[in-house]
Design a protein around this ligand. Structure first.
Ligand code: CP
Ligand code: NVA
Length: 308
């Protein structure tokens, strides 16, 4: 039994295997109606709990559809409506759920909730986003980059804006997949030193460049995300907007990158804030491919979790 907790906690060869598996799974379904079951049914007779302590569109729907296409069943649970949200311990919740279901996906706030769930569950646990990381998203993003532009190894990726949970998973991926990552944004919103250190210790070239235009020069991929994440307090909204506005990705910024550079955003986007409509809807933007690939990448992740 394996948990999928983070990019840096999963062996690099296994991550590569999952990306390849995801491409195979996607190709096998080309042109089929969305409700068509996969040819093999690895989740047949399997029940998967999808727990959400934060809102979600992509994670919720892509896991639900993915499990069903693989022959399994899901139950979507909201943290608030569970005893978990009213004082029952995570450890007890994990042990109880493990008596009913074959796999647990959880989106939560503090990562200790995820880690405790994994420690006490006797079934695989998957990280569907915490305040610190978003590994399923980055697996879909690596897959998306490679579909459009070939191997990501050695490429220059630029993260612009808030050094948040998605950025941390990109840092981990830089170490695991061997690409260079330049992070550009206000110093006070820089990613955690721990993630930067981990990526550097694993051979990735990580550059912190406060000047957006310089950072984006020669980039193969430009990535950004919302200025305010779900775990950020709305009281900091005005200050964060003021700090992050200079890091907006617009056509002028994309023009500094390579001509064939891609643009990514995990969505949901705040159009006109972190990225303009012009960029979001440009031919360089692959944001909807990223969203689609959540489905295929997560199927590969679930297969890996259950592999004997
Ligand atoms: N990108 C992503 O995880 O989207 P949702 O919040 O809609 O799940
Ligand atoms: N950084 C964002 C990602 C949403 C998918 C958040 O945590 O809200």
């Amino acid at each position: 039994m394996r948990h999928f907790l983070d990019i840096h906690k999963t062996p690099a060869d296994d991550l590569r295997g999952m990306i390849d598996d995801a491409k195979r799974i996607k190709n096998a379904r080309i042109g089929l109606p969305k409700g068509t079951p996969d040819a093999d049914q690895p989740l047949k007779n399997h029940m998967v709990a999808l727990i959400f302590e934060k809102p979600s569109t992509r994670t919720r729907v892509s896991f639900d559809v993915g499990v069903r296409q693989m022959g399994g069943q899901t139950m979507v649970l909201s943290g608030n409506n569970m005893q978990l949200g009213h004082g029952e311990t995570i450890a007890d919740t994990a042990r109880v759920l493990s008596r009913y279901v074959d796999m647990i996906m959880i989106r939560t706030f503090d990562e200790t909730t995820l880690l405790e769930m994994a420690e006490y569950a006797s079934v695989p646990v998957i990280n569907g986003l915490t305040d610190r990381t978003h590994p399923c998203q980055i697996m879909a993003d690596i897959m998306t980059y490679e579909e459009h532009s070939g191997p990501i190894k050695g490429k220059k990726v630029v993260w612009a804006g808030d050094g948040n949970n998605v950025c941390a998973s990109f840092l981990h991926a830089a170490g695991q997949f061997g690409f260079d990552l330049t992070v550009t944004g206000p110093e006070t919103l820089a990613p955690e030193a721990e993630s930067i250190g981990w990526a550097r210790d694993h051979g990735a070239k990580i550059t912190l460049e406060p000047d957006l235009e310089k950072a984006v020069e020669g980039a193969d991929l430009v990535v950004t995300d919302t200025w305010i994440s779900m775990h950020d307090s709305q009281t900091t909204k005005e200050r964060r907007h003021n700090q992050l506005r200079p890091y907006q990705i617009n056509a002028g910024v994309m023009a500094q990158a390579k001509d064939d550079a891609l643009f990514m955003h995990c969505l949901p986007a705040h159009r006109g804030e972190e990225a303009t409509n012009e960029v979001m809807d440009s031919s360089q933007s692959v944001v909807f491919d990223e969203a689609e690939n959540r489905l295929h990448a997560q199927k590969a992740i679930m297969r890996w979790c259950l592999a004997k």
